[in-house]
Design a protein around this ligand. Structure first.
Ligand SMILES: *Cc1c(COP(=O)(O)O)cnc(C)c1O
Length: 348
């Protein structure tokens, strides 16, 4: 067994620590009671996010699960059906919230790494007949987490969205890692292209605690009318916060300083994936579009065994399935750590 002082954490992009500059911004935050909508940092953060995607308003929440579940509850009535992919976070990783909180059911799409087509949507919409649940919402996820950070094709988003809207459905985007997707497309924030992207959706959930490196927080954006309903729903879910400016300030700092650098995370993911290919038992990877790498192992190779061997080398990561492993790159990885991890995976 190799012993090493080396340590690199590739388990998730949620493991990042707030930087000194971010903590400084948090320390200087102006605060007020956000339930009364009087917290200046929260108000600024909400406006900044809404403005970036051409939406009217925003709502700061403790987590991405809450922003997604609020959106689903607002867009649906009890007994409705939600169209989402079988890999979607809203379905797989939110504790059954669609059923428990919104009282809705799902129709699961069999997409390509989380990405489905307008034809899939057309086929999934229930007929207007009392035997069926009323289909009222389509949820997309860009990037798709369980799809290995897959980025949607813009034209495909537009076609799904216009089809859904023609049929009277609302369209929600789980954009937990939306900024990773935008930089992967070479799309600048606050541009017309960014607002055009936003216009495809009735609501977008954005996570500050993933690639942007904040300690906590997500923002839900949409129309004024939607956000006013979401505000009430947030209170019901217990998500009303008071002097939340201390955490919102971290979000504002991250929007100003941590978006452009996401290209590094995407690049580092490619380097790690390529390097891992030389490791015995690693067969291939799913195409690396953003900061998530899914490695596929040779037949008979157990992911848990490989993950344990890598832990001995100082590389922390999670098995993704019995025969696959996931890496996620993030803000806290230095170039030296990436090079060293690549060398170790190559057996150097
Ligand atoms: C992380 C994540 C969320 C939200 O997770 P929280 O831990 O509740 O903030 C939602 N969707 C996707 C795709 C995610 O990766």
């Amino acid at each position: 067994m190799t012993t090493t002082n080396f340590s690199i954490d590739l388990r998730s992009d949620t493991v990042t620590q707030p930087t000194d500059a971010m903590r400084d911004a948090m320390l200087k935050a102006q605060t007020g009671d956000d339930v009364f909508q009087e917290d200046p940092e929260v108000n600024e953060l909400q406006e900044k996010c809404a403005e970036m995607f051409g939406m009217e308003a925003g709502l700061f929440c403790p987590s991405g699960t809450m922003t997604n579940q609020i959106a689903i509850s607002v867009h649906t009535s009890k007994g409705d059906e939600v169209i989402c992919d079988k890999l979607s976070h809203v379905y797989n990783y939110e504790g059954g919230g669609i059923a428990r909180l919104a009282g809705a059911s799902v129709k699961l799409m069999n997409g390509d790494r989380g990405r489905f087509t307008s034809d899939d949507v057309l086929e999934a919409i229930n007929p207007d007949d009392s035997h069926y649940a009323n289909t009222s919402l389509v949820c997309l996820e860009d990037t798709c987490n369980k799809g290995g950070g897959a980025v949607w094709d813009l034209a495909q988003i537009k076609s799904v969205s216009s089809t859904a809207r023609q049929k009277g459905l609302a369209v929600h985007l789980d954009g937990a890692r939306l900024w990773n997707a935008l930089v992967a497309r070479g799309l600048q924030t606050n541009t017309k292209a960014c607002k055009d992207y936003g216009s495809q959706f009735d609501s977008i959930s954005l996570c500050l605690s993933k690639g942007l490196g904040c300690p906590v927080g997500s923002v839900l954006i949409g129309s004024k009318e939607f956000i006013s309903k979401a505000h009430r729903q947030r209170k019901v879910f217990g998500g009303g916060m008071r002097q939340a400016g201390v955490i919102a300030a971290a979000g504002i700092y991250a929007l100003d300083n941590h978006i452009d650098r996401l290209v590094e995370d995407n690049k580092n993911a490619k380097a790690l994936g390529e390097a891992a290919l030389s490791y015995p038992g690693v067969k291939s990877f799913s195409s690396i579009e953003t900061n998530i790498v899914i490695l596929h192992l040779e037949k008979g190779v157990d992911s848990a065994v490989v993950v344990a061997k890598w832990a001995d080398l100082g590389i922390q990561c999670f098995p993704f399935s019995k025969s696959s492993i996931r890496f996620v790159t993030h803000l806290d990885l230095t170039q030296a750590q990436i090079s060293q991890a690549c060398n170790l995976l190559c057996g150097k």
